[in-house]
Design a protein around this ligand. Structure first.
Ligand code: NAD
Length: 495
């Protein structure tokens, strides 16, 4: 384990039952820097057998070795240690994240601090009061206590490799669960760094486990294995449906954080510069590879002629390049395969008759770079309007009335996020209340906090992450009824 430098090729094993381990099969996978197309690491490629070992270790740690009875204070100390170490190693881990994912260093640094904050937040929450007491009849004392769900498997995507992992791991560990996590096969490096920290933090063996590998092998095992009490998944809605099916046989608890096609609604009375700035940020941050991206701009017709030329001009000015370069605003897409998928959508948009206002081309240099792309003259039935592209491709839709804006906004099977820009406070709140989405904004976009719940309506998911809601996802609730008048009930053959 361990790189000599973040820039050299190195080999990384998995972390199972408190030990660094190569995959049973000995197979490995090359990890690519999307900005250069170079191999930057070689990691173990686990399979279902490795996943089973990790699940058994997590099960033993929870049910036999005492983690189930660990104290909240003990867990809080461990989580705080992780937060401290993440902050200490901020620059090193941020560089690894940029090299592996392509995102800008500025964003990667933010992600590492966000991850540290998640561990700190849940360290605090672990020791706070939980449970309830009820006033009931019959000389009884009724109460509710919360207990950890047990063995939790967690499967995460490549767009926020570290933060997607930590926002699942921190609440699960704080709640007293044991964890088996699988990063996306393309982006394991920052999570491996996290496990270097976890390995030294003092967790008992088996409490936190890392299995690397593909979705169809490791992921499938984590979702279907009957020894797992809950599977928590972040990724595409199609994969989410497979996870639900795989979990169904053992009626496993599930948490799903899935895709989106989120509307960003701009009314004519919005603060022009603010709405313009956020329309760009909503779609082009992280190259549009954000589940909550504002990928549909719903624009008041009255604003169209002024807003669109300014939007296009600013999109064309975006600096695309390596995430390591400080002036870069947009990095590369994650893989050649994903870039091709996004280019295919751009072709589909043209064939469907939408007008390409800017972008649409791969940039002629090494790496998976794509121009910021904007389509207009769209109709709601077009695939580029209905389907999640997960890249820097914005589609513009127009509306005349508030009612029409709301109708267009909700005309999607997704329900992750949505925003409204207006200077009419009453209208802003009216529209937000009508949006069928779990994460919403007024006169801003993308601002979210670890204190508040994250998750989607409709096909964008089940359950919530972050905040107190995210904590309760890892807790079972047990009612306890205590007889305060200990004598026979007399119900059966009684007097
Ligand atoms: P994906 O669904 O292809 O993969 C996500 C993870 O699932 C990876 O670790 C992958 O290996 C694994 N996986 C794939 N097939 C599997 C299977 N059959 N069984 C078990 N696991 C399997 O998604 P992606 O391309 O990595 O990520 C992009 C998607 O993630 C987008 O749709 C995006 O909207 C979504 N996303 C959602 C959120 C959210 O919070 N709602 C956050 C980030 C990303």
């Amino acid at each position: 384990m361990g790189a000599n430098s973040a820039y050299t090729i190195y080999s990384e094993p998995m972390y199972i039952d408190g030990q660094w381990k190569d995959s049973g099969s000995g197979k490995t996978r090359q990890i690519i820097n999307p900005a250069t197309e170079e191999v930057i690491a070689v990691v173990s490629e686990g399979d279902a057998e490795d996943a089973k070992q990790a699940i058994e270790a997590a099960r033993r740690a929870f049910y036999e070795d005492g983690w189930q009875d660990s104290s909240a204070r003990e867990r809080a100390v461990l989580l705080t240690r992780i937060a401290d170490k993440l902050e200490e190693r901020l620059e090193e881990i941020a560089v690894v994240e940029t090299l592996n994912n392509g995102k800008t260093l500025r964003e990667a640094r933010h992600d590492v601090l966000d991850a540290a904050d998640q561990f700190r937040y849940y360290a605090g929450l672990a020791t706070k009061p939980h449970g309830q007491i009820y006033d009931v009849p019959d000389h009884m004392q009724a109460m509710v206590i919360a207990e950890p769900v047990g063995v939790v498997s967690q499967i995460v995507p490549w767009n926020y490799p570290l933060v997607m992992a930590t926002q699942k791991m921190a609440p699960a560990l704080a709640a007293g669960c044991t964890v088996v996590i699988k990063p996306a096969e393309q982006t394991p490096l920052s999570v491996i760094k996290l496990f270097e920290i976890i390995g030294e933090a003092g967790f008992p063996p088996g409490v936190v486990n890392l299995v690397l590998g593909a979705g169809q092998t490791v992921g499938e095992e984590l979702a279907s294995n009957p020894s797992v009490d809950k599977v928590s998944f972040t990724g595409g809605s199609k994969t989410g449906k497979l996870i639900m099916k795989a979990a169904a046989d053992s009626i496993k608890k599930i948490g799903l954080e899935l895709g989106g096609k989120s509307p960003n609604i701009v009314f004519a009375d919005a603060d022009f510069e603010t709405a313009l700035d956020y329309a760009l940020y909503a779609i082009f941050a992280n190259q549009g590879q954000v589940c909550s991206a504002g990928s549909r701009l719903l624009l008041d017709e009255a604003l169209y002629d002024r807003f669109v030329p300014a939007l296009v001009k600013k999109a064309q000015d975006i600096r695309v390049g390596s995430g390591k370069e400080p002036e870069t605003v947009m990095g590369p897409l994650i893989t050649e395969e994903h870039l091709q998928r996004v280019l295919e959508y751009i072709e589909i948009g043209k064939q469907e008759g939408a007008t390409l206002l800017c972008g649409g081309n791969r940039i002629n240099r090494r790496g998976y770079f794509l121009e910021p792309t904007i389509f207009t003259d769209t109709t709601p039935d077009m695939r580029i309007v209905k389907e999640e592209i997960f890249g820097p491709v914005l589609v513009i839709q127009t509306f005349k009335t508030e009612e029409e804006a709301v109708k267009l906004a909700n005309d999607t099977p997704y329900g992750l996020a949505g925003a409204v820009f207006t200077s009419d406070a009453a209208r802003a709140m009216r529209v937000i209340r009508k949006l069928r989405a779990g994460i919403t904004w007024i006169n801003t976009y993308h601002a979210t906090y670890n204190e508040a719940p994250w998750g989607g309506y409709k096909q964008s998911g089940i359950g919530r992450e972050l905040g107190t809601y995210g904590f309760s996802e890892y807790l079972e609730v047990k009612q306890v009824n205590i007889n305060l008048d200990v004598k026979p009930s007399g119900w059966i053959n009684g007097n």
